[in-house]
Design a protein around this ligand. Sequence first.
Ligand code: ATP
Ligand code: MG
Length: 469
Amino acid sequence: MAAPETPGAADARLVLAVPAPVVALLDRLHAGGHAAYVVGGSLRDALLGREPNDWDMATDARPDRIVALFPGSVYENRFGTVAVRQDEDVFEITTFRTEHDYADFRRPHRVEFGDDVVADLARRDFTVNAIAWGRAGRDDGTGAPNALVDPFDGIADLAARRLRAVGDPDARFREDALRMVRAVRLAASLAFDIEPATLAAIRANAGLVRHLSGERVGAELARLLAAPMPSVGLRLALDTGLLAVISPELAQQRGIQQNKILGEDLWDHTLRTVDAVPADRPVVRLAALLHDIGKPATLADGRFHHHDIVGAQQAETLLRTLRYPRATTDEVVHLIRHHMFVVDREATDAAVRRFIRRIGRDWIGPLFELRRADDIGSGMAPDDPDQVAFRARIDAELAARVPLDRNALAIDGGDLMRELGLQPGPRLGGVLEALVDQVIADPVLNDRATLMLLAQGMLADMLPDEGER
Ligand code: ATP
Ligand code: MG
């Protein structure tokens, strides 16, 4: 379905394959008299031979004109982006823009529609993101085939695997400080270097990141953590001073010694741990990044007392600031809180079941994934036999479907109310929890008659709730 096109003499290694539906959309815009191009990250990825996330197109057609050319399309936002359906897929077509009035080191306050592809490319962040492929409308009389437009030598930087700011890097980072975070993120996701002048400008302007919304920074962090080796970007973030603004606690890990890998510090350990988590486990990767965030603050006499508890709190604050979804934050905080769990060879079966209950059955897998990465990050061989054995015992308990919570009891609150005259309230809840404890200790107790007897015995020792006889 791809229509391969070669970009010309600039670099013979780069071969461009644009899918037929995308070419069809460009053709319709061209036939309508408009300039239209594939642009941005999608073109960059295609030239690198990577599968683009999405195909972005830019045109001189104004949004209402795009909507008129493509019946059923939807004008999405004030930035001029129209979503167009083609061959079962939805593509975004954006009117050329020029940007003005940058203030507060954030994104522009005013965008203007433009007529010129080069002006649209000039507002983009890095040369490799500022290439276009397409042509002007038929009105210009050229009738030329689609071709690359590369006013900032992005192709050469692509071939050299190098990120270079479009224009003066200092000025561009002061316009929008997020571009610095994007630079370290893209360095990791593409495995590119940052060229020296661009890198120097990041060092010089890193402090401006404090003006950004947590949401924008958080989105780039999430993309960074999806890179094959997040450590590439994280290391750059620390070395340039970006990390000290985003998370001072993490940046303080640099230089803190711990007896793990000879000559490496706590920050090195964090980076190794993050890289050791598979890329398709984003929540565990985030937990890996933050698992020892509490260590700098708790360091005393060469120990990190309660760093799991302190770290869980610090991670929660950071992830709220970065506007991570509530569910992700809760998961990460829970994993950090429990990441120091002890693997006990002597544990009784009841202790194994209490462990499952404390962690929650859904978190056993992620917690062991985190521990495995933590071990690798500590220079230890993964899959320590005691750990593997402990995990096997947990899995065996889960496979045996042992009762672990109220829902698994052979009686419920309704039974206790009917047969023992209990009212809904704290006493009822207390009895049910106590029964769960007993059944976890000894699953054999989980039958109606036994539980009823146990409950009666407990009630004899309890004061009634207010309103109960
Ligand atoms: P990815 O492939 O991970 O999506 P991307 O480069 O496509 O990376 P997007 O956020 O999708 O990143 O942005 C699309 C394009 O918009 C970029 O390639 C770049 O040309 C431009 N762009 C995005 N953010 C900025 C910015 N802050 N300043 C200037 N140009 C930007
Ligand atoms: Mg993109």
